[in-house]
Design a protein around this ligand. Structure first.
Ligand code: ADP
Ligand code: ASP
Ligand code: MG
Length: 417
């Protein structure tokens, strides 16, 4: 039995017209002889009534008074509604289908409400349903914990559900259907001439996804990589195309893997830079106190630089008020800059190549973009800039690394194929 997992995001299932496209893809796969697990997101985006953000609005998130357990009960409804609506429409087209919640589909998680991690997938129920049905529609973004309570997997988590089910069922492929033509060299909403990548390694995409390329969730890429199941990211509104995410793209074993210098540019907006300074002799105490205070308050920090008289780091804008209050309570005088964006230039091939950082700085300063902070690893260079400059910055970097043109490595692979 050949199993295919298809995941459809919020915009893909938002209304009857979009779901016609969804049903066509499902019907084609059934005709091709696959048994299908179809993972769905909640219907549409805010202000659609059953979109996740609209459900959160019902309890005035983030100023709500309910527990994180109850928040998960609310959020899980969006995907459950979506699974039943789609299954109903499939049945109307005489496609044999059944809807399951994430828990019914065998997704077991830890008890970390709102951000649960998948501990186990028991595929028995889905395998049994395949005796009777061709399509099992599963509500994405959710599972249950050991107490049987509903949990959700963190925003964008339907991708993770799809990858986990694909891995557990040893699917031939996981197809992520969305509103763009694949994984692109930058967010197409920001860079008009961003180009869809044809084939990329899990490694390259994991990096891009972690840095904010929200077209696929990084945990989904990790799960698929571990299980060696290829992912195809493609548009719901096109019959073909998309980005194939698989193992390294060179066919020849035993030679160095030739990676792209830069695969793409990702960005994460709405973060705050916090600087805390002190006299040099008090620095050790201050540094450990600041980080301990953030950890104790459950505030996740990023982009950390430590220097002899201070520390600088970032937090999401939504956490800034809390972080600042805690620092003041501890006797510090933080310097806060809100509304910043972290821009990441990602490419596994930049290791050891001189001049990449200098090209980034020149491209940005040439456009008058102020760099507030920077850092690098062997595959990524990050810069922090003001939100207002994001279009200028991402477009300048995209241009600097010629990302709208096909790279030679990609070309070599395609001609070999
Ligand atoms: P879905 O609801 O289908 O899961 P998402 O909104 O989560 O869709 O992800 C798709 C969106 O991701 C696109 O509309 C696009 O604006 C954004 N995006 C950000 N970076 C990239 C990228 N590098 N390639 C493609 N899309 C990207
Ligand atoms: N509906 C959830 C969200 O908006 C999960 C998803 O779409 O993947 O985050
Ligand atoms: Mg998504």
């Amino acid at each position: 039995m050949q199993i295919l997992v298809q995941k459809f995001g919020g915009t893909s299932v938002q209304d009857k017209q979009s779901r016609e496209h969804v049903i066509n893809h499902i019907e084609k796969a059934v005709i091709d002889g696959f048994k299908l697990v179809v993972v769905v997101s909640a219907l549409g985006r805010r202000p659609s009534a059953y979109a996740t953000d609209s459900l959160l609005d019902l309890v005035d998130f983030p100023e709500h008074s309910i527990t994180s357990r109850e928040l998960d009960m609310l959020m899980a409804c969006g995907e459950i509604i979506s699974s039943v609506v789609l299954s109903n429409e499939l049945k109307k087209k005489s496609i044999k289908s059944v809807a399951l919640t994430g828990a019914q589909a065998g997704i077991l998680t830890n008890a970390d409400y709102n951000q649960a991690k998948i501990k186990e997938v028991n595929p028995t129920r889905i395998q049994n349903e395949f005796k009777q049905y061709d399509v099992v529609v599963v509500a994405g973004f959710q599972g249950k914990n050991a107490l049987g309570e509903l949990t959700t997997l963190g925003r964008g988590g339907s991708d993770t559900s799809a990858a986990a089910l694909g891995a557990a069922l040893k699917a031939s492929r996981i197809e992520i259907f969305t509103d763009v033509n694949g994984i692109m060299t930058a967010d197409p909403r920001v860079v008009k001439n961003a180009r869809a990548l044809d084939i990329v390694s899990y490694r390259e995409i994991c990096n891009l996804a972690y840095q904010g390329a929200k077209v696929i969730h990084p945990r989904a890429v990790e799960i698929a990589m571990h299980a060696k199941v290829p992912i195809l990211v493609r548009s719901t509104y096109e019959k073909s195309g998309g980005t194939l995410v698989t193992t390294e793209t060179s066919k020849t074993l035993g030679v160095d893997v030739s990676d792209r210098l830069v695969t793409g540019i990702a960005h994460l907006a709405n973060i705050s830079q916090i600087k805390v300074q002190t006299k040099e002799k008090e620095a050790y105490r201050m540094q450990s106190e600041v980080f301990r205070a953030m950890a104790d308050a459950g505030i996740s920090i990023d982009f950390i630089n430590i220097y002899p008289t201070g520390v600088v780091y970032t937090v999401p804008d939504v956490q800034t008020k809390k972080a600042t209050a805690i620092l003041k309570e501890n006797g510090f005088k933080p310097n806060v800059m809100k509304d910043c964006t972290k821009v990441s230039v990602v490419g596994a091939g930049m290791t050891g190549v001189p001049g990449v950082a200098s090209r980034i700085v020149q491209a940005l300063t040439g456009q008058g973009v102020q760099i507030l902070q920077s850092a690098d690893s062997h595959t990524t260079i990050w810069v922090l800039i003001p939100n207002k400059d994001v279009y200028k910055a991402v477009n300048a970097l995209h241009e600097e690394f010629n990302l709208s043109r096909e790279s030679t490595i990609l070309h070599d692979f395609l001609t070999e194929r």
